[in-house]
Design a binder for this molecule. Sequence first.
Ligand code: F6P
Length: 508
Amino acid sequence: MEHNLWTRERLLEFCETRLGGCKFIVVANREPYIHRHGPTGIECVTPASGMATALHPVLAATGGTWIAHGGGDADRETVDAHNRLQVPPENPQYTLRRVWLTEEQEQGFYYGMANEGLWPLCHITFNRPVFRPEDWEHYREVNELFADAVIEEAGDGAAIVFIQDYHFALLPRILKQRGHGKLIIAQFWHIPWPNKEVFRAFPWGEELLDGMLGNDLLGFHVRLHCQNFRDTVDRVIEARVNQDLSLITRGGADTLIRPFPISIDFAAHERDSQSPEVEAAMERWRERLHLDGRKLGLGIERLDYTKGIPSRLQAIDYFLAKHPEWRGKVLFVQIAAPSRSSLPSYQMEEAAVDALYEEINAKWGTPGAPAIILLKQHHGPADMMALHRLCDVLLVNALHDGMNLVAKEFAASRCDEHGVLLLSRFTGAWRELGEALSFNPFAIHEIADALRMALEMDEAEQRRRMRRMREHIRFNNVYRWAGKILTALLRFDLPEFDYESNDASALD
Ligand code: F6P
């Protein structure tokens, strides 16, 4: 297996030898570095985004350009005349090109269409999507704006354009229509794709699908989402869908649909999680949490209704009610990074979390020893790795999640092979990490049962499970994810591309 391991160096070598003079351009709404005005001047922060965490090492290895919305209030002050800057600021490895949006565009494109329309539509967590024609207008407009930036960055030469996520469904078709001729276009959809019945609710379905079929390659995390996408196209739009080859043909052009489960930079994460900085953060957490022999349960996510934080709190309540012997013997820490907080659906989620948090602490906590600590702030990587290493159980009970990288990061932090992962069956990660304790996230009693099993699991069993998960993630790391996508793309460039011999299993 070792000889087949994808590493940063292997990806770099692959790009140097196989991409030739081809530029590598990533388009993602969220930027990897945000500049903001802070109390001591301009600060540079990294966002709470699994997508950004995963893409960063790939860009660092390949060089190239990341085109993103410049959303920070000091972003304009930190770019050059072409709206570019080199990042990471302290050790430049690639170019960040910022695109500017008006407040109305950001509202309609990002908050409205992407996050009140497509996000709930694709996740199916029983949050009703909102579809406003004016948001769709802004969505179109912003996709055009990003196309301008891509064309500018590509220049006259050949480029691979790698588009991220549900913010840019129309961009692939727009790029094809601009007639550049030397662009290979791929898109990775980081969130689930719903079944065809659910997709019927989307008012501009044909236009959206036509946009996505401008891609040469379209990736999802898991096969089920590829299947859902093919079935949706088959039902909604004029196209030939070849289910066996997972290939869709529209207007004479092909789009290959493939699963590529995203991952993390395991080696870097493992190394960083053992650093003196993380050791120091562990010490600070120990002082702050006063564990005094109590076990530690942990949840880390953005405050988003797809993550199921209220269900987790209800499961903790149910668990403590059912198992009095555990009262006062376990502390739960919930990191809930603020996210999209101007949207009513997110405000309602926060209110539900706050109310449950108060209620459960009043019931099961004592003065000075709460049952739950809720921290509604963004925390840096060292703090999160420190918590991974300190906890006994990590709870991931997302109601629906394309992948969930927190689960993978937790395992990568655990060189000691201690700790148990609780993982929702409705995450992409569950399909890979069979040694996690799994459950239906909509069934509170199942989460509570899994929690009890985790807290009572013996050391040898913890080690056995953790070791296997770590091995899996070490091999199936983010460089493998990127390498497989790029390999698939390079084959596209060849006119004699042989689909028969490049079936789905060969690319997995
Ligand atoms: O993974 C889905 C995703 O929307 C990413 O695109 C994004 O970076 C992350 O979740 C966080 O969301 P946002 O960029 O809206 O803060």
